[in-house]
Design a protein around this ligand. Structure first.
Ligand code: UAG
Ligand code: ATP
Length: 495
């Protein structure tokens, strides 16, 4: 990455408001990090007071690894190495990083997509349309980071600010012009996107999630709203979502609305849903266009409206946009069909919120003649309040449910299952007839496939594209799609 030069600490610090220091700041800074383990010679280490531990405890390690200066939000004593005290380390990290990398987002058209569900899908749709228009794109999100044709696995939906700025700089250097990225509520709350120059902001929807992190639903909404207050560029907003009103009220720039139910700038009518996809008539700006999408479910009509609205607002014609959106074959792990020639349907889906699960099961109802057999659990160390709600949805919208484990992280899988059962018992469903519990996820998937008859559909919810599970804090390889394929091959060979 030849573009990135060293910067003098005194130059870098101009972005921060801090007290004058009687220290020598004529120091070359070679890089910035918030993790002492990643410090290299000449780095600036930013100590963050975390949720689990405290970066200030690792300052000595950072210096040992080569840190030449420290940013801290607590009073600390260090010999020789300059320490710059700030109000808020995460904010400082974002400001310093943007400056260090030369404000790369200013040279890019950056589209930020936020909402509880549909972020990944919407970003993939936007990317597909832009690529079809001959644009060199970058993508940042849950599944992958893509820089032109180069791909890297992502560890988070929205990277930490310094990593994000580095990715932008790399994109700019590689000739990318448009970046489409997912913006999580965590990122907004923790200032990971502070200083990003967004050109468009997209709101998909808001429903219950992440109440382990945000203190209340109102706080969750307030975090999302931040994105729409960052600048005066157009926002593309789903006005069928009740929370859109609050967002529109605070949005600074023009609002481009989309909807299925009400008059809006972009509206979908005459929607038809099949297992293979959806079709609808798009009405936008006096124009009418037939859209055929290879992704199914009404929720994907919303995702496609969000994507079309965004690309349309960038000045492209609807006819050109249509070509790109109709080409996309699917998004990994999102309503992904597993087909080994069996007579019944098998779907793997990443739904991990009550709303997502409801949408997926309702979508399956639109074209399934037989039973919906649903395999689901809930992630560990995350929002516990959604567990009983997902339990209730599983047994009311599914015809038969297998409750199992789903990435329990540090928790005991059976404790999570007990939380899910609280929602099921309320509905008076009968264990054994309407649902069963199989703690081991692979066994649960195999059992569902064994139980399915022609016309049925097995819906395996939760892990989607992910290829691991964390059990008792240990990461193990696990892919719902592979387990399902193996079980299907077992059936066809009679094992
Ligand atoms: C809740 C949350 O977002 N936590 C983030 C937070 O972690 P934390 O405050 O607990 O960090 P910590 O472990 O206490 O450590 C504090 C500081 O000490 C540093 N440290 C620690 C150990 C050491 O030896 N040396 C050292 O310097 C750490 O690097 C850190 O800077 O700050 C860390 C550094 O930036 C993040 O990596 C971490 O994300 C964790 C991995 C995470 O799982 N985040 C998830 C919940 C998240 O952000 N998810 C959203 C998507 C949600 C969705 O839509 O599904 C996302 O955008 O990915
Ligand atoms: N617009 C939508 N409304 C409701 N549910 C949706 C919508 N789009 C997708 N879903 C459901 O949510 C699941 C995840 O979709 P997607 O990955 O696009 O969302 P996301 O917001 O990126 O989620 P995450 O940030 O957790 O990865 C899908 O598999 C589907 O079940």
């Amino acid at each position: 990455m030849g573009r990135f030069k060293m910067l003098k600490l005194q130059e870098l610090l101009k972005v921060l408001e801090h007290e004058e220091l009687n220290q020598d700041l004529d120091i070359d800074i070679a890089g910035i990090t918030y993790d002492s383990r990643k410090v290299k010679e000449g780095y600036l280490f930013v100590a963050i007071t975390g949720f689990k531990s405290d970066g200030h405890k690792f300052i000595a390690n950072a210096i040992e690894n080569g840190a030449k200066a420290i940013i801290a939000e607590k009073d600390i004593e260090v010999n020789e190495t300059p320490v710059i005290k700030v109000e808020d380390s995460r904010k400082a990290l974002a400001q310093l990083s943007a400056k260090f990398y030369g404000y790369p987002s200013k040279g890019l058209t950056v589209i930020g997509v936020t909402g509880t569900n549909g972020k990944t899908t919407t970003t993939y749709l936007i990317e597909a349309m832009l690529k079809e228009l001959g644009i060199k794109t970058g993508l940042i999100g849950t599944i992958k980071t893509k820089i032109g044709d180069k791909e890297e696995d992502a560890s988070r939906t929205t990277p930490e600010s310094v990593d994000l700025q580095r990715i932008f700089a790399q994109m700019l250097e590689d000739g990318v012009t448009h970046v489409v990225m997912e913006v999580s509520s965590h990122a907004l709350e923790l200032d990971r996107v502070l200083g990003v120059d967004f050109d468009r902001q997209v709101f998909t929807n808001l429903s219950q999630d992440h109440l382990d992190f945000h203190e209340s639903f109102e706080d969750y909404l307030a975090a999302k709203i931040k994105l729409f207050k960052m600048n005066d560029k157009p926002s593309i907003i789903n006005i069928d979502d009740v929370k859109s009103e609050a967002i529109i009220k605070e949005a600074i720039g023009e609002v481009i609305s989309y909807s299925i139910n009400s008059e809006s700038d972009l509206k979908a009518e005459d929607i038809e849903v099949t297992q293979k996809g959806v079709s609808y008539t798009l009405k936008a700006n006096q124009e009418e266009l037939a859209i055929k999408l290879n992704l199914t479910g009404r929720f994907n009509v919303y995702n496609s409206l969000a994507a079309i609205g965004t690309v349309y607002s960038l000045g492209f014609s609807l006819a050109d946009i249509k070509k790109g959106i109709e080409k996309i074959e699917g998004v990994p792990g999102r309503f992904q069909v597993i087909d080994e020639g069996q007579e019944f349907g098998v779907i793997v889906d990443y739904a991990h919120t009550p709303d997502g699960m409801e949408n997926v099961l309702n979508t399956a109802s639109e074209f399934t003649k037989g039973r919906k057999i649903v395999v689901f659990g809930c992630g560990g160390d995350r929002d516990r309040t959604k567990r009983p709600i997902m339990g209730r949805i599983g047994v009311t919208l599914g015809d038969f449910a297998i409750v199992t484990s789903d990435n329990p992280r540090s928790e005991d899988p059976m404790t999570i299952i007990e939380d899910i059962l609280l929602g099921i018992k309320k509905e008076d469903k009968i264990e054994g007839e309407e649902y069963i519990i199989i703690e081991d996820r692979a066994t649960a998937i195999k059992e569902a496939i064994k139980l399915a008859k022609s016309d049925d559909i097995v819906i395996i919810v939760g892990k989607g594209h992910e290829t691991y599970q964390i059990l008792k804090d240990k990461t193990i390889d696990f892919d719902d799609r592979e387990v399902a394929r193996e079980a299907l091959r077992g059936i066809s060979s009679g094992n």
